[in-house]
Design a protein around this ligand. Sequence first.
Ligand code: IMP
Ligand code: MG
Length: 178
Amino acid sequence: MKEDLKDILFSEEVIRERIAQLGVELTEEYSGKPLLIIGVLKGCFMFLADLSRHIDLDCDIRFLTASSYGFSTVSSGKVAFDKEIDWDVEGRDVIIVEDILDSGGTLTALNAFISRHSPASLKTCTLLDKPECRSVPITADYVGFECPNEFVVGYGLDYGEKYRNLPYVAVLKPEIYA
Ligand code: IMP
Ligand code: MG
């Protein structure tokens, strides 16, 4: 697995420190209010597991599953996610937690979907942001790290369902997907 990686972009330690800061920011932002956190699976699983441990608020943590990539490193533009949710959003403070903001398609679609359920507020938090790759104009409210325009894996992010278990974020060697 490690021989497929070009270099480590964000180490375990750097990620750990940044996530602790994000947790403090969120705790202050929502000070004392209960928070509905919606994690976007599968990429968010490690990030949200760590982030949530730094959020000192009453949290309701739910998940939606989104997919657009499959065996590709370029977004298909079509975003599929479960359109059925069996929990209340109306009147609640909601934050969507994503692994990476790339073309912007996934987060735009999810924002529109959750907005239709009338939350009191809706914000977004992404571990990684690739601002150069945007095809839809969207920014996240909270960003862990800005990421160069390269295909990255690890810390929840996959290529063809592999590499999610790496404890850091690394650039995948282009010959792996070429
Ligand atoms: P978007 O809809 O193009 O913004 O893409 C968002 C989704 O694409 C993320 O939730 C990831 O699952 C996936 N993705 C985008 N860039 C990368 C990457 O560099 N590595 C792994 N997955 C990525
Ligand atoms: Mg993915």
